[in-house]
Design a protein around this ligand. Structure first.
Ligand SMILES: [Zn+2]
Length: 487
């Protein structure tokens, strides 16, 4: 790659240079590099060359979804918040189907509980887990015996290479806080992070057993575990500033707390989620009509209709409007969640649905009729557009630090191969994005959610082009697993 503006958040390098990639790794960075015999030479004058984005929060387990993320600059897409169970099967399924991007999974606390409480045999599919989310049998506090069972399951998953423990605590928010501390102790002992969708904040629900963000701060301090706080924008909503202050205090005291955000004012999850029960919506200051079903586009008319759809299809993907993106005050809140020092960009990418259970396609452009949350296709390009180009809040170097470098560092201790990601040092994995700084933008909207971002000119995964000259390569499946190396 000749004559690009090379940004390496690993060294702070930001200048015009050449990058030589050989055998899947970065072989040299410098000016006037000689091209080896037979090398492909890309003139990237005027473009930015940086490490591909590492997405810690992607529920995309499909070729179609990964291709949308590739067009958004992502080279590694990991499902760490929900996780899957058993991870051995999740890794085997992904390898068998082929993946354009690198992939990896945490062990699912929710699926382990469902097995311990209800005897549900996990099948490593997100859809199975979504369908169970609303089941009260899964959500209750465990007996001593049940807790022992699911802790044992999680421990076995960590030995199998899970990248930590994914904890959907906000979906079982009445569980005994002692259970979460037990998870934190297990994570600390195994040397892996937890990735938590926190339980309710005390401002939204004074009857919560413990404030969702304080719980992270306390458990991280007590156990020493590395604790990642997922999507601070969606679980904090209009309390973003207070939650960030809580996390700040924990970090200042030396706790290993990290945080992520995505630049949208609406979330997405299974409509059967605990916090979407009609009687719970008031805590978020929303009503049933702030929910839209992804597959059909139906805006929920009222509470009666909400009860109906939760009963009939609790795993149905829906959009949840929690902040108003047209409102300047709400937009500023979103921007502060991303601007927070060291906040990581993570998409929370959701499955693309075509109806009738169709969840994937090898066709590109995607066959018509697909839908998802626009964050799936647009999180990274939208963050670059709003945080660098439009507001100047981040420099380009800072953007690469938050989209590639910092997320890879969350995994360093758990998966030593992550140390070769998120930077462009010699020997780094050749996971590289080349983007046009004047054009990069999201194009996906809530109504047309599967439109690919524009401005990613080339994307290499392990040195193999997945995007070349702005076009996706449909024969490229270079994605490799990222697994933990258990201590
Ligand atoms: Zn979540």
């Amino acid at each position: 790659m000749r004559n690009g503006r090379v940004i390496d958040p690993g060294t702070g390098l930001d200048r015009v240079a050449d990058v030589l990639v050989r055998d899947g790794t970065v072989a040299a960075v410098g000016t006037g590099l000689a091209a080896p015999e037979g090398a492909t030479v890309l003139d990237v004058t005027g473009l930015i060359v940086g490490p591909g984005f590492v997405d810690l929060h992607s529920h995309v387990h499909s070729i179609a979804g990964q291709r949308l993320q590739a067009m958004d600059g992502v080279t590694t897409a990991l499902d760490l918040e929900a996780g899957l169970l058993p991870v051995a099967r999740a890794y085997a399924d992904a390898a068998a189907a082929g993946r354009p991007l690198n992939y990896g999974f945490s062990a699912s606390w929710g699926a382990a509980r469902a097995q311990a409480h209800l005897g549900v045999e996990p099948d490593a599919r997100l859809e199975t887990q979504l369908a169970l989310l609303g089941d009260p049998g899964w959500q209750r506090t465990s007996s001593t015996e049940e807790r022992r069972t699911w802790l044992g399951l999680l421990e076995r998953e960590l030995a199998d290479g899970a990248l930590g423990i994914g904890v959907l605590l906000g979906y079982a928010p009445r569980t005994d806080p002692a259970e979460f501390r037990a998870v934190a102790r297990l994570a600390a002992a195994a040397g892996v992070p937890t990735y938590t969708h926190v339980r309710e904040l005390v401002e939204a629900d004074p009857s919560t057993p413990v404030d969702g963000s304080e719980e992270i701060a306390i458990a991280a301090a007590e156990t020493g575990a590395a604790m990642h706080h997922c999507h601070v924008n969606s679980t904090s909503r209009r309390h973003i500033d207070r939650v960030l202050t809580t996390l700040d205090r924990a970090r200042a005291a030396g706790s290993r707390v990290t945080v992520e955000a995505y630049p949208y004012g609406a979330g997405s999850t299974g409509v059967g989620a605990y916090f979407l029960a009609p009687e719970r919506l008031g805590a978020w200051g929303i009503t049933a009509s702030n929910l839209v079903l992804v597959e059909t586009g139906e805006r929920i008319a009222d509470e009666a209709r909400l009860r109906e759809v939760r009963e009939r299809d609790p795993g149905a993907e829906c959009i949840v409007e929690f902040l108003d993106e047209r409102d300047a005050t709400d937009r500023a809140l979103l921007r502060r969640s991303l601007a927070y020092p060291d906040a990581i960009v993570a998409s929370d990418a959701m499955p693309v649905l075509w109806g009738d259970g169709v969840l994937d396609s090898r066709q590109w452009p995607l066959p018509p009729g697909g839908s998802t949350h626009p964050r799936t296709a647009g999180t990274f390009a939208r963050s670059l557009r709003t945080m660098v180009r439009e507001s100047g809040t981040w420099s380009w170097a800072e953007a690469f630090r938050r989209c590639a470098y910092l997320p890879a560092r969350v995994l360093d201790d758990t998966a030593p191969s992550a140390r070769a990601k998120g930077h462009l040092g010699v020997g780094a994995d050749a996971d590289v994005v080349v983007l046009d700084p004047t054009r990069i933008t999201d194009t996906a909207t809530y109504l047309d959610s599967v439109r690919a971002s524009v401005g990613v000119v080339h994307l290499l995964v392990g040195g193999v082009p997945v995007v070349r000259d702005g076009a996706l390569r449909t024969d490229a499946y270079p994605g490799r697993p990222l697994r933990a190396e258990p201590r």
